[in-house]
Design a protein around this ligand. Sequence first.
Ligand code: MG
Length: 370
Amino acid sequence: MAILGSTGSIGTQTLDVISRHPDRFQVVGLAARRNAALLQEQARRFDVRRLALYEPTAGVPSGMEAVVDVATAPDVDLVVVCVAGVIGLLPTVRAIEAGKAVALASKEVLVAAGEIVMPLAKQHGVEIVPIDSEHCAVFQCLRGYRPDQVRKLILTASGGPFRGRKTADLADVTVEQALNHPTWRMGGKITVDSATLMNKGLETIEAKWLFGLSIDQVEVQIHPQSVVHSLVVMRDGSALGQLGWPDMRLPIFVALSHPERVESGLPPWSPLDTPNLTFEGVDEQTFRCLPLARESARIGGTMPCAMNAANEEAANAFLAGKARFLQIPETVETVMVRHHSVAATLESLIEADREARELARESLLSGSRA
Ligand code: MG
């Protein structure tokens, strides 16, 4: 397999899983954004010769073409896409065109471009296996069922570090507070997305595309223990769920070994370990990113791509200490109001992404709602 984003949170956990099963998995390509030292250490440890960095770097093939070369090399069967953000789109498209299986952790790829990625995968007979824990849960529950047999999905959300707070309580929250996630240890961008609940908005759109449902068939409920990873409610009223510890190594292992079910070496969860599981609705007045994301999917075309680009800019500005927390939903809303959605093609999506980032940076600079 090739791993795009090998130095990030999912990338390093994927390599951790692989190191426990050397007889089952072999890595032949690694790509990362800029961490040359860790990439080269990984290459030595896993004896990988094909490397790429997205940012220009001496001594390592670099740039988008180099990343695409890693994803499409002849000895690659499976491409694990776990880069942060929509930057994973082009390598994913090229991997699908080359007939590679795809294990997808970068939800932004389907959020921005599900309308072109899913038909492309179908056309090339490529199965996209999700690594996101909620989608891995739904994927497991839906084996053997058709989309028309599903009434709805219930994606579960921990609620993040600000669960129970109101808008006024969020005005002055710090990066450190936003990164203090109650149940999951993840990369910076996704942890901020979890604090705004944009992560659940992106996952709602990701689920729509992966499982062939309408956006209004995907609900979200808060489940602070992060043990029920999602539920599928069938037409007949039966609810199916997948339960386990909040540990990304299990969905990674499930995705890498699909369609086999074999010993993972990870401790199994028992109901006696977490006997009290609770659920509550989402406060969409306070956590506006979720309804904004859903609205972008209802509009369709290039709108989800623009929404995602605005969120990436705002979340990264917040992480860099250059924006307030509440500027994240404000920026997303401003960009959605200004963006004129057109039909999604690879070209129109790249343009929508570029334009939305420009609008988002302007809006962030002005510091208030435009
Ligand atoms: Mg998730």
